[in-house]
Design a protein around this ligand. Structure first.
Ligand code: SF4
Ligand code: FES
Length: 246
């Protein structure tokens, strides 16, 4: 395949940034999207030009680093996958592909396609933990019965990889799907009930302080989430918040 890429280039946080056109040729349909980006960068380096900066790490859908907005969709046109799992067979020879970073006030651009997502880490630090007695008298986890339905729902919520696609897809730049997942994975288990009130209050407070918007039930986050995190997690977080408030 021969493709035209329109890529956001931005030298640093203070730079205004602009879209730049590139051509890539002989791209195999079996390549991943990031391998196609590697081909582009190898060509740019060979010409002594600055390669395009983009985030990636595991390249197998686990770490959540590969945050690319492709043709107007976080993680591109496929469903239930991250950018690193997107394959070039989703595109056609001669296509023009627009590639941009996540767009949200709370995710400022560091360079080109790389954004600062440490806001998510600060939200997790505000409450995504439990306290366990490790003095030697720790209760065996298997001695705490947990209904299978609750365990399954908690595991589903824990599948969130913190990629930020929910924020990038939301017209309000809301982080409520992410925070809802993080609150839910603990709220559903007895181990998480001990600090449940402080957790939801502190995480929501931090979310607001970081500048994320509110949820208006559009549901774009659920559609674009690579891990199928359900909107039910937002509803559960709202219930937890209401209970903690009163
Ligand atoms: S809820 Fe989904 S889209 Fe949002 S950070 Fe988690 S995995 Fe990514
Ligand atoms: S590079 Fe880790 S999820 Fe894509």
């Amino acid at each position: 395949m021969n493709l035209t890429l329109k890529i956001w280039r931005q030298k640093g946080p203070q730079d205004k940034g602009r879209m730049v056109d590139y051509k890539v040729t002989d791209i195999s349909e079996h390549m991943s999207f990031l391998e196609m980006m590697d081909v582009l960068n190898e060509g740019l380096v060979a010409k002594n030009e600055e390669p395009v900066a983009f985030d990636h790490d595991c390249r197998e859908g686990i770490c959540g680093a590969c945050s690319l907005h492709i043709n107007g969709e976080p993680h591109g046109p496929d469903r239930g996958i991250t950018t690193c799992q997107l394959h070039m067979r989703m595109f056609n020879d001669g296509d023009t592909i627009h590639i941009e970073p996540w767009r949200a006030k709370a995710f400022p651009v560091i360079k080109d396609l790389v954004v600062d997502r440490t806001a998510f880490e600060r939200i997790q630090q505000a409450g995504a933990y439990i306290s366990v007695n490790t003095s030697g008298n720790t209760q065996d986890a298997n001695s705490i019965p947990i209904p299978k339905k609750d365990a399954d729902l908690s595991m589903d919520a824990a599948a969130c990889i913190g990629c930020g696609a929910c924020v990038a897809s939301c017209k309000n730049s809301s982080a409520m799907l992410f925070v809802g997942a993080k609150v839910s994975q603990f709220a559903l288990l007895p181990q998480g009930r001990v600090e449940a009130k402080e957790r939801v209050m502190n995480m929501v407070k931090q979310m607001d302080e970081e500048g994320f918007g509110n949820c208006t039930n559009t549901g774009a986050c659920e559609v674009e989430c690579p891990k199928g995190i359900s909107l039910e997690n937002i509803a559960r977080m709202n219930r937890e918040y209401l209970k903690a408030s009163i």
